[in-house]
Design a binder for this molecule. Structure first.
Ligand code: CTP
Ligand code: CA
Length: 221
């Protein structure tokens, strides 16, 4: 009972977590999206909450239930997600676990598009990079953590991504279909910091989340 009443190491800290996919509408019944269940982001939010953090959980349309005890902000598109992250600032740390759609459709339709025999000619624009934007924002959290979902040369791509985006850490994972990680309950990640890459053993997404939250608590201590 005593332990349960003690404040956790993240008590008084505010952490923003993005999670799930974004949906970029094409018309009222169709959208462009990434594959993401939201499981890893949800587990991270719960683990941070368990260490005492106040968590703002900005989520796209995910298939897993939102974490209890977090302030949940539901969004659909990347632009909405960026605005919601901005509105949640300031924060001590941010973990960007969302699988943000890289492009949105700019010539979508308010009405359902009908098959006419001609193929639709969808025009795209690049979405704002929320992680890169936050890493350079005036109110940048002290610790900004990104993810990198890769299908090859995971460490090399993720190391380059960390520098390109300007975040502090990257949690990299191999999402090749052969790993069975996408949509599963386990994850095998490499944490990339300014000290280089660190391979973590394959473990449950909850265990990855607990280890990452503990690491964040140590960093903010
Ligand atoms: N991310 C983001 N906003 C975007 C795209 C990505 O915040 N518009 C974040 C993701 O939440 C993740 C990190 O950036 O934390 C890396 O996402 P990823 O898709 O791996 O990187 P990209 O820069 O989009 O590169 P690519 O998809 O070309 O590999
Ligand atoms: Ca991407």
């Amino acid at each position: 009972i005593r332990a349960a009443l003690e404040p956790g190491p993240l008590a008084g800290r505010h952490v923003i977590v993005t999670s799930g996919p974004t949906h970029e509408p094409i018309d009222p019944v169709r959208y462009l999206a990434n594959r993401s269940s939201g499981a890893q982001g949800t587990a991270i939010a719960a683990a941070l909450r368990d260490l005492g953090a106040r968590v703002s959980f900005v989520t796209g349309p995910a298939s897993v239930p939102v974490p209890a005890g977090a302030q949940v902000i539901r969004v659909e598109t990347a632009e909405q997600m960026r605005a919601a992250v901005e509105a949640a600032l300031p924060a001590d740390a941010a973990v960007m676990a969302a699988a943000v759609a890289d492009w949105r459709v700019v010539n979508g339709s308010d009405q359902k598009m009908k098959k006419t025999g001609d193929l639709p000619n969808l025009q795209m624009a690049e979405n704002p990079d929320i992680l890169a934007w936050l890493s350079h924002a005036p109110q940048r959290p002290r610790l900004v953590v990104g993810f990198a979902a890769e299908t090859q040369d995971v460490t090399a791509h993720a190391t380059a991504k960390r520098l390109r985006k300007g975040c502090d850490w990257i949690v990299a994972n191999d999402v090749s279909p052969a790993t069975g990680i996408m949509g599963g309950t386990e994850n095998a990640v490499t944490l990339i910091t300014d000290q280089g890459p660190e391979d973590w053993p394959r473990m449950g997404k909850d265990a990855v989340a607990a280890r990452l939250a503990a690491r964040i608590a140590r960093e903010l201590a």
